[in-house]
Design a protein around this ligand. Sequence first.
Ligand code: CTP
Length: 408
Amino acid sequence: MLQGKRILLIVAGGIAAFKALELIRRLRERGAAVRCILTEAGTRFVTPLSLQALSEDRVYTDMFSLTDESEMGHIQLSRDADLLVVVPATANILARMAGGLADDLAATVLLATDKPVLAAPAMNVRMWTHAATVANVETLKKRGVTFIGPNDGAMACNEHGPGRMSEPAEIAAAIESMLAANRPLAGKRALVTSGPTREAIDPVRYISNHSSGKQGHAIAAALARLGAEVTLVSGPVAVADPPEVRVVRVDSADQMLAACLAAGRVDVAVCAAAVADWKVTRTAGAKIKKKAGALPPALELAANPDILATLSKPGAKRPALVVGFAAETEDLVANAIAKRGRKGCDWIVANDVSPAIGTFGGERNTVHLVSAAGVENWPTLTKDEVAGRLAARMALHLAGPRSAEAAE
Ligand code: CTP
């Protein structure tokens, strides 16, 4: 069943486009919400009206419509979907995907998406066996696109051979298995901390740090995509709430700890927040005023609670896997190994936050995963990629030692 799943159907211009109508009906019967993008060529084969009537949603056709961009940007179309399905995947759209083109809404969404993509090819047999298409399919498979079909049989062009699009029932079944297979954390609860904390000096001033929350938020999103029920406890950040995640907003470290404990029992916890180490002992109730000739106020600081260490404490309520971050500017790996021991967590994701690297607020991250098994050096990846890889590793770990070993 596909209850609650959201599928973005990209209908391209091929004779098999009519099968998209039957596919929508089957997906909706299984409980999925379907939204369609129809390419310009696609409009020659099916009308936006029939797609709209069957999906009971708007059909998106024009990338440069200002209304579309203000109401529903192309990025949002992908964000709102669990899976993108290209039906029919014509030789042309496969070539555009392989080439990374963004020359219409469909191609742009396919380039901008971080969601799984299923393609159901349909074309003339010689187009399918042409070296260009073979190479494009190869490239797309390497990038993680899943293919269904084409089937062998008689085609509209009076030829016979591979090129017929899979039947809607087959595509619906493939969608079901893809969405089930991609949710290894279904039924698991996850807690993620993200962003900085703010420690108030008085009602208008605070101590904080440069954390943007990008990495922590990306981890919450990645765990949710794998099916986990995620609570994200976030300090003040400018990044958007990840989809399908319960977000609890806090300011101070004390509030962050209280929110983490209130989240109840979880299977995994990831502490990605840059928690301020110290808070001001006596926060002034009113704004501290400057007085002519007087010395600046002396701030007395006290240690904040260590959230990661608290969550890592042995006991019945301890999550099965606790992951911390180590933000270091020197002796990265050695400090991370020591930090793992000190905090009692299972894994430490060590990242270099020297200003020259640009981790804080930047899009990319170079990390090292420190566990009992040793140190893994990951290549420089985007923060979303780090999140996806970490979430997948966590899922593997929870699945048990045998599956974890199989993947090593
Ligand atoms: N952390 C936490 N609560 C704190 C401080 C840190 O939960 N009060 C967590 C962070 O979320 C991160 C890890 O601990 O997962 C490491 O934080 P970091 O600031 O890098 O290390 P510190 O413990 O502050 O150690 P040091 O200042 O020596 O680097």
